[in-house]
Design a protein around this ligand. Structure first.
Ligand SMILES: [Zn+2]
Length: 350
């Protein structure tokens, strides 16, 4: 008997219908406050459990899971093409159903939590204030840069990465109550990615795994970017799904810490974010600020540019390659999300 493609699909239509029904179901839930609150609470419970389990592994267990899933998927797709056996399609559809369901329960619904910006007093911000804040951060960067260590080439290096991770955990307990009431994470589950050479090439700095609550980072990135990347990924662990909110929480850790590595990396990220937003309207001002970088800061900037050019093959843009890299990891509109971080920063700081 000849098995037609049509037959293969018809046999599995129920699983396809379940998947579409799930899309619809979670879409409706995302519009209901009580449902979103329920998933926020569920996350609080599951994050403790997941972190307790997966922090025990000294490598990224989630990366291993991704590798296995990829192998299984390739096998199933190959089987479907080669044998035209509807069973393969059935397994593929069932896997999609399971993963989609888990993803939404563990993570997806957190994108619909009340935005942090609603907790801040809204007001109009003038260009003058933004420029003043940029000058303030330039000075902060210069000052903090004097407190950190450097290698023989005069480029900033991190003193103790484990200490840095522990410091970020500690700072999760110091977040302002009017902004975050999320339970601090108790154990370190922040690991170098198994895909670090791939990350070099794509410019991805880090990512969070919703299925294991592990945070992964690329250990090869310039030291200037690493502490803020860790802080950003660890904010996802706390329960902040939106990219710019994770960066905002990461910025809050840097306000109270005494760890100069974390301070410097965060201040530099903020300075670059401000410069980018200003450069859209007033490039000469942004350029003049970069000209005022201290000699040590210029060395660090050069190091970032060299890294980006060497690895991604892309000519890094004027301000260094940091900000958009966070945005690329998620399908959000770079422009809009980016200004959301700046907005949060300005409303909080000014
Ligand atoms: Zn992120």
């Amino acid at each position: 008997m000849v098995v037609t493609n049509k037959n293969i699909f018809l046999k599995n239509k129920n699983w396809a219908i379940v998947l579409v029904a799930q899309f619809l179901f979670f879409y409706i839930l995302s519009k209901l406050d009580f449902a979103v609150n329920f998933f926020s609470k569920l996350f609080e419970w599951k994050k403790s459990l997941h972190i307790a389990i997966f922090s025990k592994f000294n490598f990224s267990f989630g990366d291993l899971v991704y590798i296995l899933i990829t192998i299984i998927l390739i096998y199933l797709v190959w089987g479907l093409i080669k044998n035209r056996n509807s069973k393969f399609l059935k397994y593929i559809l069932i896997s999609f159903n399971i993963f989609y369901f888990m993803y939404q329960c563990f993570w997806g619904m957190l994108y619909f939590q009340t935005p942090i910006i609603n907790k801040l007093q809204k007001r109009k911000i003038s260009d003058y204030e933004v420029k003043n804040l940029t000058l303030k951060y330039l000075e902060l960067c210069k000052k903090t840069r004097e407190k950190v260590s450097e290698n023989k080439n005069g480029v900033f290096i991190i003193r103790d990465i484990r200490q840095l991770k522990l410091e970020i955990l500690k700072q999760q307990k110091n977040l302002p109550q009017n902004i975050s009431i999320k339970k601090p994470v108790t154990d370190l589950s922040v690991k170098p990615s198994l895909f670090d050479s791939f990350m070099n090439k794509t410019g991805i700095l880090g990512y969070y795994n919703p299925f294991t609550a592990e945070s992964q980072y690329n250990p090869n990135i310039p030291a200037t970017q690493l502490p803020f990347t860790l802080a950003h990924e660890m904010s996802h662990q706390l329960g902040y799904a939106r990219e710019q909110e994770a960066s905002f929480i990461a910025y809050l850790y840097s306000k109270k810490t005494n760890n100069a590595d974390l301070q410097y990396s965060a201040q530099l990220y903020i300075l670059k974010s401000l410069l980018r937003s200003i450069a859209k309207n007033d490039k000469p001002f942004a350029e003049s600020i970069i000209g005022k970088y201290s000699v040590k800061m210029k060395k660090d900037r050069e190091n970032e540019v060299v890294f980006a050019e060497k690895n991604t093959g892309l000519i890094s843009d004027f301000f260094g390659a940091t900000n958009d890299l966070f945005l690329k990891t998620n399908q959000q509109d770079g422009q809009v999300s980016y200004s959301y971080f700046i907005n949060l920063l300005l409303l909080y700081e000014l």
